[in-house]
Design a protein around this ligand. Structure first.
Ligand SMILES: [Zn+2]
Length: 310
């Protein structure tokens, strides 16, 4: 069943998404002393096919990397960008969650000696699904050799609530905010002193979010909890540097999406028809239209047994 849904997704990705996806120029932006991010990766960048953001935090002793992009090749480019701003050792990676565009470049940083950190449910999910993902790049509309040098490196250090990471002269805290959200093991990374938060895919700004595995109730609470932190710099999982208003827009989007999709799925069976209707009515997001179809098929109108969309 899972494979079947993925198969349908591939078709949607291949037909609808790729023209939208091709994504932007890389390059780290500086948020503060020793704090960098990829943010607003929204154009055509073959080095970041799903336009995922990352974080880089440099302490006196070494570097923390938040998320690792989709493949070893993409992670090598990220590593080169990091080497452009610091030659300190890369001590840690935090995966905000297990999805391919945030965790499949892990092996490049493990090779550099970094400890890979994630929520216990992120570790479990990556161990359960990673190999299947690597074996089937076509499922995501990717070329056959896309993961040629990629090895699944699940977190070797897993936590349930929070973990304080001392980089020397500065700390970063990886936190589970109390509820499942975008995924069961989605976490944020917070620099309290510097008022910076890396939210992973708990926040998508400008992009339609992937919510196929989301816990919408827990997700809304998580967005409220992040807004209550009132951080100066909010780095979403996809999209530009964001504000508390973006967190509230995301919360409203999730509620609207769920209400609309539930209503449409009650009267229509065809996921493509539902998706088209959704795209007309949904709040404005400029990128990632294909994700809407993905969400509809995974959550609201799964294809029937033996049925494929071609
Ligand atoms: Zn994700």
């Amino acid at each position: 069943m899972r494979l079947k849904i993925l198969h349908v997704i591939v078709v949607v990705v291949a037909l609808v998404a790729l023209p939208v996806l091709g994504l932007a120029q890389g390059g780290l932006v500086q948020l503060g002393e020793g704090i960098y991010a990829y943010a607003d990766v929204g154009g055509e960048d073959p080095n970041n096919v799903f336009a995922a953001n990352v974080g880089v935090v440099v302490g006196e002793d070494g570097v923390l990397v938040v998320d690792t992009l989709t493949s070893a090749e993409e992670a090598e480019v990220l590593l080169a960008d990091i080497r452009g701003v610091t030659d300190k050792p890369i001590l840690y990676v935090v995966n905000t969650h297990y999805h391919l565009d945030h965790a499949l470049g892990n092996n490049v940083f493990a090779r550099e000696g970094a400890v890979i950190i994630g929520h216990a449910r992120c570790r479990e999910a990556l161990l359960a699904s990673g190999e299947e993902q690597l074996a089937n790049p076509e499922m995501m509309g990717l070329p056959p050799d896309f993961w040629a040098n990629t090895i699944i490196e699940a977190p070797t250090l897993a936590f349930e609530q929070e973990l304080v990471i001392d980089l020397g002269g500065r700390t970063a805290t990886a936190k589970y905010l109390g509820w499942p959200s975008h995924s069961a093991g989605s976490v944020v990374v917070v620099l309290e002193q510097e008022s910076v938060i890396f939210t992973g895919d708990i926040l998508f700004t400008d992009f339609h979010p992937f919510l196929g595995e989301g816990d919408l109730e827990g997700w809304a609470k998580t967005l409220d909890a992040i807004a209550a932190m009132d951080m100066e710099h909010i780095v979403p999982g996809h999209g530009p540097l964001s504000t508390n208003q973006d967190l509230m827009d995301m919360k409203a989007y999730l509620a609207e999406f769920d209400a609309m999709a539930t209503e449409l799925a009650a009267s229509m069976d065809d996921p493509e028809q539902i998706t088209a209707a959704m795209l007309e009515k949904l709040p404005q997001r400029s990128l990632g239209d294909f994700i809407v179809g993905f969400n509809i098929m995974m959550r609201y109108a799964p294809p029937g047994e033996g049925e494929y969309v071609h």
